[in-house]
Every structure is written in structure tokens, then in C-alpha cells.
Design a protein around this ligand. Structure first.
Ligand code: HEM
Length: 133
């Protein structure tokens, strides 16, 4: 399906970009957080679009609700993490933020795959074998 293919491509590029830039900022202390946040926002918005599609699809509504909540949580956690657990334990927040980001990619990927299967089944239902008389 074209829509899910596009969603998977955007999530792949934006997610990989966000992850690499985040790691560059963390490990190499490079000043790339501005562009990292743009890539991260693209991940969250793509997850939101996928979740809205799921909300409109019978059999995927729970996934849709979970996706909308998750898509809102990603940027909120992203911009507030500076203020959380400051000190020696701040690496826990950084790791949690990274895992939440990777989780957003995984959730969007899983949802788009399920959505494609559901749509495929509905457009080409399995036909009963014809009996020979
Ligand atoms: C709108 C979404 C996002 C926002 C606003 C955001 C924001 C930020 C900010 C402000 C930092 C720097 C934190 C610090 O220096 O203490 C950061 C770091 C980082 N981000 Fe994101 N981020 C977002 C999405 C993502 C996604 C989707 C991923 C992974 C796929 C990710 C992975 C990372 C990593 C690995 C770091 C370095 C470790 C850290 O400092 O937490 N981020 N992000």
C-alpha cells in the first residue's frame, strides 16, 4: 500500500536521523540538537498521522488511541528532559528518552504493517473454493 510505504520511509529516515544526531550530541558533544528536534518532530508527526489512520480503521482503534497518546508524549518528554533527574542519574532520563524515540519508530512501523494487512484483506477477501457438481 502506498500510504503505509510512505509512512515507513519517512519514519525510517526521520528516526535514523534523530537517533544519529542525538547520539552525536550525547557522545561527541556536537551542537546538533536543533536539527535533532526537527527530525524527532517528524517522527512524532508521522506516528500521529499513522494513529489517525488507525483510529479510522475498524480493528485498529486501540492502536490508534495508544499511538496518539505516544505521539504527544514523545515531544513533551523531549523538551522537558533537561529538567528531570538532574545530576548523576540524568543518564537514566537520556536513555529513557532514546528508548521512547526508538519505541515511536517501532510503534509506527508495527501499526503501518498491521494497517496494510487489514486493508489488503478487506480489498481482496479470501474466496470460498467452488464445489464441483
Ligand atoms: C519531538 C521529538 C524530540 C525532541 C523534542 C527531542 C529533544 C531532545 C533534546 C532536547 C535532547 C538533548 C538533551 C540533553 O542534552 O540533555 C535530545 C537528545 C537525544 N535524543 Fe531526542 N528529541 C526528540 C525525539 C527523539 C527521537 C525520535 C529519538 C530516537 C529515535 C531521539 C534520540 C535522542 C538521543 C539518542 C539523544 C542523546 C541522549 C540525550 O541527551 O537524551 N530523540 N533530544
Amino acid at each position: 500500500m502506498r500510504t503505509t510505504r510512505i509512512i515507513q520511509i519517512i519514519i525510517g529516515i526521520a528516526g535514523l536521523g534523530a537517533l544519529l544526531l542525538g547520539l552525536l550530541s550525547w557522545i561527541a558533544q556536537m551542537n546538533v540538537i536543533g536539527i535533532h528536534m526537527l527530525f524527532g518532530l517528524a517522527v512524532a508527526l508521522t506516528l500521529l498521522v499513522m494513529s489517525i489512520l488507525a483510529l479510522m480503521t475498524r480493528g485498529m482503534r486501540v492502536w490508534g488511541i495508544a499511538g496518539v497518546v505516544y505521539a504527544l508524549f514523545v515531544p513533551i518528554f523531549g523538551v522537558t528532559q533537561f529538567t528531570l533527574l538532574i545530576g548523576d542519574l540524568h543518564w537514566l532520563i537520556r536513555t529513557a528518552h532514546m528508548l521512547v524515540g526508538i519505541g515511536a519508530m517501532a510503534l509506527a512501523g508495527t501499526m503501518s504493517a498491521r494497517y496494510a494487512v487489514l486493508k489488503q484483506r478487506r480489498t481482496s477477501p479470501v474466496t470460498e473454493p467452488q464445489s464441483v457438481h
